[in-house]
Structure formats: structure tokens, C-alpha cells
Ligand binder design. Structure first.
Ligand code: ADP
Length: 453
């Protein structure tokens, strides 16, 4: 996650807000009950704009649109698989065209440094979509040598109408991870972006239309948890894909159980980072620093606990504290800034109280320890040493792992599955495993008059 800041094109520090409605059937509409909500800039706490707030009636409308788009004989269902791939690639082209604008909008609404949004998030979005564009006409079944005079084969059919509920930490990237495999496999979908960060997802919806996807294939509903819950409860939704907290994940699993909806859940983690005594110390300090502080620590993989072998512990703590003190916190549009604000006052408050608990429970504070500045939701990069396993700062969130990185951290590939064991999730995103979650396997057995083996 290191970029040469000087090479990034200048951001639009005041990007125009073009879309604030609900996107249903390739049209922009208002919420049925007239409700709106405010989205704010976490760097200064000011309202950016008001956005239409989807409620149950809007969810019903969007699900109907997605269901109609999925009907046999519809433009989407009768489209060649290769053409679906072409449209996904076209969407990726449009995102590349508008990369500066989208990265700027992401920084405004989410607070992440523009350089990270431009080089990190946007690059990953485009690559992910292109990876799944390639899958569209390659997700095929098998022929099976079954007993008797029969010819048996499988078809990988789309799962159907998908509800996709995403969080605020990587708004665009989480949207891409859900759009790519769903569209490649021929599903239709209703996406609900997080209430904190609706703006980039709404712009993507317009690009979906521009790319030429038929109406109803992608619907975008900004709103709160109640809109997400209405998707989970809706009888015509076949699958829910969710990324967010373990607490809400459990509610979704319960809600989906009544209709046996397919679910995939990508939930929180408290990832351990293990540093052994024979490492290159400077490199390990930098890697552990980035593993934790990247994206203001707002990653389900944030390396929030670092285990260090005794013989290098003191030196490691000293260098880590120095590095944290050098971390540049401030206006995320400035190229030299490494760390922007936390997403909102709620998360800001949670982090500050966790830091307080560390102080009170006897951990040794070696860097940071409080809020940074007095405007916006900034936190000082904070490091504790002498932490015991039972302290809250060592435990909050969970532990068997879906990913192991050896000699490095936070290495993602579109080809490599991502997801959690146990309370960190169900199912995997990315790679061939990711597309399986949007596929139903149909077995077809044809009676033959003669058998030739
Ligand atoms: P985080 O802790 O990352 O904010 P949440 O799990 O609270 O994670 O939110 C992630 C997404 O889930 C958001 O889009 C949010 O609006 C949505 N959400 C919250 N509550 C519910 C719910 N009960 N049912 C469905 N979606 C929900």
C-alpha cells in the first residue's frame, strides 16, 4: 500500500454530486415515502448532501424490477454469456475513464486518503471487474458418465435475484466484489450501500446504465439497516451477500433462514500478526504498521494485534512507536497525508473508548492515545505494548483464519478466495470460489435409446 504520491493526478477536492436518488430499472427515482438522509464528510463533519432513503416499498419495487429482468426470455436472460462479460468490461472502462472523479468522491464521502483511493481502491475495482468479466463465458458445467442409458450433464445457472448489502470501509471495492461475480453468472441484483457512504455506489449505478446493462439488472438502494432487512425478508430474493459486522451477519442468517435463502457473509476479524525473531526488523515494523493503520484501521483484516518474539520485542515496540508518531494524519486530499478521519462520530467514539480501556486495564501506551485535532473524526495513531490476552484491546471482535499470509500482510488477489472461518463469515469472495456463490448447479439427465461408452 505504498504509492508515489507525486504521480497521482490531482484530485477534485470539491467533486460535483450528480446522483442522490434511488436507482431502479435504470431510472433515478425518489423514495416512496419522501424520506432522505444526510451523508457527511468525516474530515470536517459537514453535510455533503441529502440522499433519498429507501424503505420497504422501494425495496419491493426494486425486487420486482430485478425479478422481471431475470424472467426467462428477458434481454438479460437471453444474452450471450460472452456479452455479459463484454458489458462488465465496459463498466470497468467507464470506471477507468472517471477514475479521478470516483477516487475524489470516495475520499470526500469516506475520508480515506485520495492517493490510496486512486491507486489502491480504484485500481482494485477495475481489476476485479475485469477478472469476473472473463469468467462470464467460462463458468460451465460437466458431462457425467452416469449408470444406465442416460446422458447426464450439469449447467451452472444464475442463482437469481440477489440482495447485496455492503459496508463503508471500502465502498467502491465492496460494490465491485459483489457486482462482478453476480453479473458474470447472470444474476440480477439490488445493492444497498452503507448509509455512511452512498455516493460512489450511486455514481456506479449511472455507469451501469451507460455501459448498456438492461433495466432492472442492477438496482441501487441507498438507505439504512431497515432497507437491508427488507431485502433479507423479501420472498422473491434468492440470495443475500453481506459484508459487515458479525452482529448484523447473525441477524441476516436468522432472517434468511425462513425462506432458506442462499447467504454469504463476510464479517469482522481481529487478525493476529505474528513476527518472529529472525526478521528484517525495519521491514517488519513497516509491514506491521501498514497492516494495522491502512485505511484508518477500518479493515476486517486490520492487523490489530501484533505478536512479537521476546528477543526482538523491546526494539520492535520502540521502532513501532516511532513510526506511529511519524504517521501523517490530516486532510485526506493532501498527497502527503497517510491517514484521514474515521468514518463517523460513532466509530470515532468507539475507538477512543477502546483506547481508554487499554489505558485503564494497564497496557502501556507508547504512541498516540487520543483524538487528533478538534474538527472531524481523526484519531492519533496509537500503539500499546505490554498487552495481556484478556484486555479488551486484545479481544474485541474474534480466530481461526480464512487467510494466512506468510512473510507479508494484506496481500489480495482477484484470483484468490477471501473470507472468514467461524464467526468471521460464510462463503468466499473472489476467485472461482466467489462465482460459485452466485451459481446453482442444475443436473440434466436425458434418456437415451442406446448407450455408447
Ligand atoms: P459496520 O459495523 O461495518 O457499520 P454493519 O453490519 O452495521 O457494519 O453494516 C453493514 C451494512 O449492513 C450496512 O449497509 C448497513 O446499513 C447494513 N445493515 C445494518 N443492519 C442491518 C440489518 N438488520 N439487516 C440488513 N442489513 C443491515
Amino acid at each position: 500500500a505504498k504509492y508515489s504520491a507525486s504521480a497521482a493526478p490531482a484530485p477534485q477536492t470539491n467533486p460535483e454530486i450528480l446522483y442522490t436518488g434511488l436507482f431502479i430499472n435504470n431510472e433515478w427515482v425518489k423514495a416512496s415515502d419522501g424520506k432522505t438522509f444526510k451523508t457527511e464528510n468525516p474530515a470536517n463533519g459537514k453535510v455533503i448532501t441529502e440522499v433519498q432513503q429507501a424503505g420497504k416499498a422501494d425495496v419491493d419495487k426494486a425486487v420486482k424490477a430485478a425479478k422481471d429482468a431475470f424472467k426467462l426470455g428477458s434481454p438479460w436472460r437471453s444474452m450471450d454469456a460472452s456479452q455479459r462479460g463484454f458489458l462488465i468490461n465496459k463498466l470497468a472502462d467507464l470506471i477507468e475513464r472517471d477514475r479521478v472523479y470516483l477516487a475524489s468522491l470516495e475520499t470526500l464521502d469516506n475520508g480515506k486518503p485520495y492517493t490510496a483511493a486512486y491507486y489502491g481502491d480504484l485500481a482494485a475495482v477495475v481489476k476485479n471487474l475485469r477478472y469476473y468479466a472473463g469468467w462470464a463465458d467460462k463458468n460451465h458445467g460437466m458431462t457425467l458418465p452416469t449408470d444406465g442409458k442416460y446422458f447426464a450433464y450439469t449447467r451452472h445457472e444464475p442463482v437469481g435475484v440477489c440482495g447485496q448489502i455492503i459496508p463503508w470501509n471500502f465502498p467502491l471495492l465492496m460494490a465491485a466484489w459483489k457486482l462482478g461475480p453476480a453479473l458474470a453468472s447472470g444474476c440480477t441484483l439490488i445493492m444497498k450501500p452503507a448509509e455512511q457512504t452512498p455516493l460512489t455506489a450511486l455514481y456506479i449505478a449511472q455507469l451501469v446504465k451507460e455501459a448498456g446493462f438492461p433495466p432492472g439488472v442492477v438496482n441501487m438502494l441507498p438507505g439504512f439497516g431497515d432497507a437491508g432487512a427488507a431485502l433479507v425478508d423479501h420472498p422473491d430474493v434468492d440470495k443475500i451477500a453481506f459484508t459487515g459486522s458479525t452482529e448484523v451477519g447473525k441477524k441476516i442468517q436468522r432472517g434468511a433462514a425462513s425462506s432458506l435463502k442462499r447467504i454469504t457473509l463476510e464479517l469482522g476479524g481481529k487478525s493476529p500478526n505474528i513476527i518472529l525473531g529472525d526478521v528484517d526488523l525495519e521491514k517488519a515494523v513497516e509491514a506491521a504498521h501498514t497492516a494495522l493503520f491502512y485505511n484508518m484501521g477500518q479493515c476486517c483484516t486490520a492487523g490489530s494485534r501484533t505478536f512479537v518474539e521476546d528477543k526482538i520485542y523491546d526494539k520492535f515496540v520502540e521502532l513501532s512507536a516511532e513510526r506511529a508518531k511519524r504517521r501523517v494524519v490530516g486532510d485526506p486530499f493532501k498527497p502527503e497525508v497517510e491517514q484521514g478521519p474515521q468514518i463517523d462520530s460513532e466509530q470515532h467514539g468507539k475507538i477512543l473508548s477502546l483506547i481508554e480501556s487499554g489505558k485503564q486495564q494497564g497496557a502501556k501506551l507508547v504512541a498516540g492515545g487520543g483524538r487528533a485535532g478538534d474538527v472531524g473524526y481523526f484519531v492519533q495513531p496509537t500503539v500499546f505494548s505490554d498487552v495481556k490476552d484478556d484486555m479488551d484491546i486484545a479481544r474485541t471482535e474474534k480466530i481461526r483464519a480464512g487467510t494466512v499470509w506468510v512473510n507479508d500482510y494484506n496481500i489480495f488477489g482477484n484470483q484468490v478466495p477471501f473470507g472468514g472461518f467461524k464467526q468471521s463469515g460464510i462463503g468466499r469472495e473472489n476467485g472461482p470460489y466467489g462465482i460459485n456463490n452466485y451459481t446453482e448447479v442444475k443436473a440434466v439427465v436425458v434418456k437415451l435409446t442406446d448407450k455408447n461408452s
